[in-house]
Ligand binder design. Structure first.
Ligand SMILES: Cc1cc2nc3c(=O)[nH]c(=O)nc-3n(C[C@H](O)[C@H](O)[C@H](O)COP(=O)(O)OP(=O)(O)OC[C@H]3O[C@@H](n4cnc5c(N)ncnc54)[C@H](O)[C@@H]3O)c2cc1C
Length: 461
């Protein structure tokens, strides 16, 4: 069968959703993803409205020998939601969230963003552990692991995944959970989009309404002392206390005070989930020991916290990042971190250390595909700028930073913080001794590596 006009019109007739081709009015908008650096030209984009559309798109691509990519929220910095010359399975219309307040479970359509989920769960004073930007897709973030404000309290997103419905490479739709296709369920929790198209996720939600949260910033001169203190603190902190460390440049506008505009600073973005009446007391020693130059920490509803940084990181920016897992910050490492953290190339460029301890440590490293259950942080060095002319600057800075701090890392990196170019060695380093089992499961469910636009796990046959 060749991909001629007749085959395409047969596919079109099969779909409830939209089929978008080069030349169509919406083609250029539909092929765009979050990272403005990505400029790929797929042959077809299928906007699926239901599982039947996903099955039709998978079967069509397989029969036509087309490369396939899966687009959830389109946030992947490597642009893995879109491909050149192939078919994009676009899930952006597969957006529903059903909350069961009795079991505190949440059924989420495969194309939802976290903003969709937060909106729906907040009405029931519930939340599912996710990330820190509300426009990020549930699909990609969850399948890679899912690190955010609730990680130390309730674990990674995958630690709260109860089941997933997934369309496999052969076009079958199956459910994966602890009792059905348990091997697949294990692999989905960290293995990324390697195994098929997840059309719905079932999550365990938790009682979260308002956190005591937000950023505290300090002068760069205090960075060595802050980093040393932060390391000791976050390793022993109660699960209710989350805080990621950052180097950043203060945006030149409200709500930031003018005296700090464009200033390179260090900071911690806190997220405290304990009883609100104890929050002030929990932060008092920190505020007394290190009076912050800026203190925006206070009560904030969960969806507001989740979208706090959305305006700063709108879609379409040039985006390049490098990452590692980190166990320890030696004085020597701290020196390197600060050296490069003091030379952020653009206002939106940053470096974050996200804690992945607390509840995330209490899941065994072989219990899910996500191996780094002993790491203290997932670190990410992020070069960002609106101007494509600054692409080389942000890429060079991020690479140099990473080269210098990588020797102090735990080895691998969080797959969701990687570009497309990282390659097999890096992917293997991220899964460590879970890789072999992942490759065997890939061999069982996707022996031809049909789903390969991802941080790819090669099928073991
Ligand atoms: C601004 C920004 C903030 C971020 N913040 C965080 C954070 O706080 N915490 C965190 O953990 N990560 C964070 N990330 C990283 C994020 O988890 C990854 O970029 C992730 O890939 C995004 O998922 P997506 O669905 O939006 O991506 P897409 O680009 O749509 O897809 C990326 C990959 O995920 C797979 N995929 C997506 N949906 C599905 C599905 N339904 N079924 C099967 N495969 C699917 C695809 O195979 C594809 O390879 C952030 C990224 C950005 C750009």
């Amino acid at each position: 069968m060749n991909m001629n006009a007749e085959n395409i019109s047969t596919l079109k007739a099969t779909l409830r959703g939209e089929l978008i081709q080069p030349g169509d009015e919406h083609y250029d908008a539909a092929r765009q993803v979050y990272n403005g650096m990505i400029d790929r030209h797929p042959a077809l984009i299928v906007r699926c409205t239901d599982v039947a559309d996903v099955i039709a798109a998978v079967n069509f691509s397989r029969e036509q020998g087309l490369l396939v990519s899966i687009r959830g929220g389109g946030h992947n910095a490597g642009g893995l939601g879109v491909c050149d010359d192939g078919l994009v399975i676009d899930l952006s219309l597969l957006r529903y969230v059903h909350v069961d307040p009795i079991s505190r479970t949440v059924l989420v359509g495969g194309g939802c963003t976290w903003g969709d989920v937060d909106h729906a769960t907040h009405a029931f004073s519930l939340a599912v552990p996710s990330g820190i930007i509300s426009s990020t897709g549930v699909g990609g973030l969850t399948l890679g692991g899912g690190i955010g404000y609730l990680t130390r309290k309730y674990g990674l997103s995958i630690d709260n995944l109860l089941a997933a419905d997934i369309v496999l490479a052969d076009g079958r739709s199956v459910t994966a959970d602890e009792s059905r296709n348990a091997d697949l369920f294990w692999a989905l929790r960290g293995g990324g989009g390697n195994f098929g198209v997840v059309t719905s996720f079932l999550f365990q939600a938790h009682p979260i309404h308002t956190l005591y949260a937000g950023p505290m910033l300090w002068e760069m001169e205090q960075a060595p002392e802050m980093m040393r203190w932060y390391q000791e603190y976050i390793k022993k902190a109660p699960d209710d206390m989350n805080g990621f460390f950052a180097f950043l440049i203060v945006p030149p506008g409200p709500p930031f005070p003018e005296r700090l505009h464009n200033k390179n600073m260090c900071g911690i973005v806190w997220g405290y989930t304990g009883p609100m009446e104890l929050a002030e007391a929990a932060f008092k020693p920190i505020r007394e020991k290190f009076p912050p130059a800026l203190d925006f920490v206070g009560p904030i509803p969960h969806p507001a916290l989740q979208s706090m940084f959305d305006p700063l990181y709108a879609p379409g920016l040039q985006w390049y990042w490098k990452a590692d897992f980190v166990n320890e910050l030696s004085d020597e490492a701290i020196e390197r971190y600060i050296q490069h953290g003091s030379q952020l190339p653009t206002t939106q460029s940053t470096m974050h250390l996200y804690p992945v301890n607390g509840a995330a440590h209490r899941v065994g490293k072989h219990d899910t595909a996500w191996s780094y259950r002993d790491a203290t942080w997932a670190e990410v060095i992020v070069g960002v700028d609106p101007d494509p002319a600054n692409k080389d600057r942000i890429v060079t800075w991020a690479r140099q930073y990473w080269e210098e701090v990588h020797p102090y890392s735990a080895g691998g990196a969080y797959v969701n913080f990687m570009m497309e170019e990282e390659g097999e060695t890096r992917v293997k380093a991220s899964y460590r001794d879970n890789y072999e089992r992942l490759a065997a499961i890939k061999g069982k469910y996707d022996p031809t590596n049909f789903f390969r636009v991802n941080q790819n796990i090669k099928p073991a046959l």
